[in-house]
Write a protein that binds this ligand. Structure first.
Ligand SMILES: [Zn+2]
Length: 292
């Protein structure tokens, strides 16, 4: 079933596992992700950045590719079609294309403006019965050409964005986008616990928290973060690296020169299988297998 993901995230939060949020880049990604989640019986968030939507054509192409692939494969696990790091303008485009879940990323704006815009977007998103993820504090690294330094959001700022009507919240806890540098200090789990405790104290319920830049964080740290309230883990770079490595090995072993392996359906097959294997591995680490 294609859902807005609200219940999916609340269930994950209550039962201490995380829903995998895999970025979709093209047809091979859509297929590999759905096959992995169906096999593992995991709920899944399939997300698309503005850049990826532009690459595929537009948000409608991206949405329909996911929805039609889901139907074609006879999948049954809950799936949410999510806008990743949406700008103010992209929120409308994704809603028009029937995305079921939206991230509005106002983290680069001054706090008051982030809160005001997030709460405006929340009204729009909820009229359509869709899910909204907000972001507080910038998550470091590079995403679609936007480079930011990682920072820990203060508890005051976190509460303000949490109260702007979001259903889930991405928090900066030392995580960054893209490959992690050798001298990375690790996730700040103590800060995550403070955020989690403070939000429960002020809101009276557990708000699902989101970990961006999930690719490359040691598994034990991801699992510790999930215990502390992370209910959605974003995975993008890991899929790109798995795909690239498989295709590179295929070409370096001259397999592309055999028979009709120049046919893209054969040429890309090892890459697609590598993405599927990566997804299955992440699902096991996040504990979402069997939770569909
Ligand atoms: Zn992100």
């Amino acid at each position: 079933m294609i859902t807005n993901g609200v219940e999916m995230l609340q269930k994950a939060r209550a039962e201490h596992y995380a829903v995998p949020a895999f970025n979709v880049n093209n047809l091979e990604w859509a297929k590999a992700i759905i096959l992995a989640c169906e096999k593992m019986q995991s709920p899944v968030i399939m997300q698309v950045t503005g850049g990826a939507a532009k690459y595929m054509g537009n948000f409608k192409v991206a949405h329909d590719l996911i929805a039609d692939m889901y139907e074609a494969l006879g999948a049954t696990v809950p799936v949410s079609i999510h806008l990743d790091h949406g700008t103010y303008a992209e929120v409308d485009e994704a809603l028009d294309a029937d995305f079921t879940s939206i991230m509005f990323d106002g983290s680069s704006l001054p706090l008051e403006e982030n809160v005001a815009k997030t709460s405006e977007v929340a009204k729009k998103v909820h009229i359509h019965n869709k899910q909204l993820e907000g972001e507080v504090g910038t998550i470091g690294g590079e995403e679609d050409g936007v480079i930011a330094d990682g920072e820990l959001a203060s508890l005051e700022d976190t509460l303000k964005v949490a109260q702007a009507g979001v259903d889930s919240l991405a928090v900066g806890i030392g995580n960054i986008h893209g490959p992690y540098p050798d001298n990375w200090k690790g996730l700040n789990l103590a800060h995550l616990k403070s955020i989690s405790d403070m939000l429960y104290d002020k809101l009276g319920y557990d708000l699902p928290l989101v970990l961006h830049g999930g690719s490359g964080i040691p598994d034990d740290q991801v699992q510790a973060a999930i215990k502390l309230g992370i209910s959605k883990v974003n995975v993008n770079t890991e899929g790109q690296l798995a795909f690239h490595k498989a295709i590179r090995n295929f070409v370096q072993a001259d397999k592309d020169l055999e028979g009709k392996n120049y046919d893209p359906r054969r040429f890309l097959e090892t890459g697609t299988e590598a993405i599927q294997a990566m997804c299955e591995d992440r699902i096991t680490v996040f504990g979402s297998n069997g939770k569909a």
